[in-house]
Write a protein that binds this ligand. Sequence first.
Ligand code: FES
Ligand SMILES: [Fe+2]
Length: 416
Amino acid sequence: MDAQEAQRIKTLLDTRQPNHGLPRPFYHDELLYLAEMEAIWRQGWLFAGHSCQVPNPGDYFLYNVEGDSVIIVRGDDGEIHALFNVCRHRGSVICQEQEGSVKRFICPYHQWTYDRRGNLLLQRGMQEDLDKTQLGLHRAHAREVEGMIFISLAEMPVDFDPIEKAITPVARPQGLARGRVAKIMDFDVASNWKLVWENNRECYHCNVNHPHYIKANFDHYNADDAIPRVVERLKSVTTRLEFKLAAQGKSLRDETGMTEFPDPDHGIWYAANRTPLVEGYVSESMDGQQVAPLMGDYTDPEVGTLRIRALPNFWIHASCDHSVAVRLTPHGLSHTDIRMIWLVDGKAVEGRDYDLEKLLPFWLLTAEQDWKICTNQQAGVSSHAYTPGPLSTYKEYNLDRFIRWYLQEMRVFVEQ
Ligand code: FES
Ligand SMILES: [Fe+2]
C-alpha cells in the first residue's frame, strides 16, 4: 500500500461518528477490504478447526483464507502443523481434497514429495546438488489450546500466550480435545464479515429474531429491561450453580447483559467465560434437556454455558453435552464463509447416544436466523441512502467495542 492509499484509508477511518455504525464505504471499498486482509486477517490468530478433526498422524484439512490455502496436518510427532499448500517447485497447490489422510504430500504437477511436516523428501529429475533443506513447504504458525487450533499467517504474530492463559482454565473441563465431530456445516453468507460480528455482538435483535434462544438464556436482558423479577431469578440460578461449580473448581459470570467484549482500550481480542442457563435448561437444545452424553470432565449437567471468542474469526458455545464452534472467513467485500462445527464427547455414538435431529436445531436455527439478518443488512447498507444510525448504549455497547477495536487495528496498520 502506498502513502496515498494509506492516507485515503486513514481519512476513511476518521469518518466514523462515536457510538454510531460504520459508514457505507466500510462495506464497499475494495482498497479498505485489501487493507483489512493485511491489517487484521494476515496479522491475527485465526481459529482453523478442532484437533479432533485430525486425530491421527497424516490426517489433514485445508483452511482457505483469501487466496492462501493452508494444510492443517497432524505430524508424525503428534503435533499440529500448518503448511502452505503451495509447491516449492513451481507453485502448484498440492492437496486438492478439502480433507483426508496422507503418508506423504505429493504435488500433482511433477510429483515433488514432502513429509507430513512439509520437509522435501523427493524431487525426481532434478540436479543432484539441490539443497532439499531449503525447499520444505512454507509454514504458518500453529498453536493448539484445549482442542482448538489457531493459526497465524503473519511472520511475527502477536503473542499467543495471553489467550492461551485466558482460555485454558475455563475450557479445560469441556474436553474439546477429546471430542468428536458430530456435524460440520458450511455457509456462504452474503454479508461483509464485520456485519456478522456486529450482529454477534448484540442481543438487541434476540427477542424478536431468536424466540427459542431467549428461552434458554439471560444475556438478552440489559440495564433497561432487567426488571427486579429477572434479576432475582438470575441471582437465584447463579447462587445455586455457583455452589455446584465451586466444588468443581469452575466459576460463573452472574451479571445481566452480554459479557463485555472486546476490550479495545486494552487490546483484548479474546475472552472466555461461563454463564448460567435459565431454570430447567441444562443444554442449549430446543427443550433444554441433554441431547448427548456429558463431555469432558463434567459429572453433572448443570454447568451453565461456556462461551469463548477470539477476533477476528471465532466463537464457540458449549453446553454440558455438546459444543458449537463458528469460524468466519471473509470472501470478498460482501460474502463471508462460515463454518459451524458441532462436537460431542469422543465416546458418544450417533444413533445410540445422540441424534442430529435433537443436537443441531438450537444453534442451527439461531445461526440461520442470524445469517438472514446479516444478508438483509448487507443489502441495506449497499443502498446510497444508507447512513449509520445511533447505537443503543444499553444494548449495543459490545458492537461499539467491536467497531472501536476494528478501527484501532486498522489505524495501527496504516500509521506504521
Ligand atoms: S509444481 Fe509441484 S512438482 Fe512442479
Ligand atoms: Fe443473533
